[in-house]
Write a protein of this length. Structure first.
Length: 120
């Protein structure tokens, strides 16, 4: 019985283990990071003050310092819980200030690939 209770407490932590907090209430899943056509793709989400969360599937163009969201999912509760609604937005490239959270994400996630010459 004690082992069962221990498992019940560990399971939520195991499920969330792939996500790390990049910035306050902004999480990134590095296990989803992939290099496709010299662009980085990864999943991220943010918990919003209204008690909900939004998941993004980003694509970063490291050479152009640009990003776009390929898929956006809105959740009714924090941490990707509750009911969800998927929105496929326009796929236009956007540019961000280096000091913004998305600008920092772009720089931080691109740096290792650029340093190793993996992006041409």
């Amino acid at each position: 019985m004690k082992k069962l209770l221990l498992l019940l407490f560990l399971i939520p932590n195991l499920v969330m283990a792939e996500w790390f907090e990049f910035s306050q209430n902004v999480y990134t899943n590095l296990s989803t990071m992939d290099l496709v056509n010299n662009k980085i793709r990864l999943k991220s989400y943010v918990n919003v003050p209204q008690g909900a969360s939004i998941s993004f599937f980003y694509e970063f163009n490291c050479n152009e310092k640009a990003y776009r969201s390929l898929k956006t999912v809105f959740y009714s509760m924090p941490d990707l819980q509750g009911t969800s609604e998927t929105v496929n937005r326009g796929k236009e490239w956007q540019y961000s200030e280096k000091t913004s959270i998305i600008g920092k994400m772009l720089d931080d996630h691109c740096a290792p690939f650029l340093k190793k010459g993996m992006i041409k």
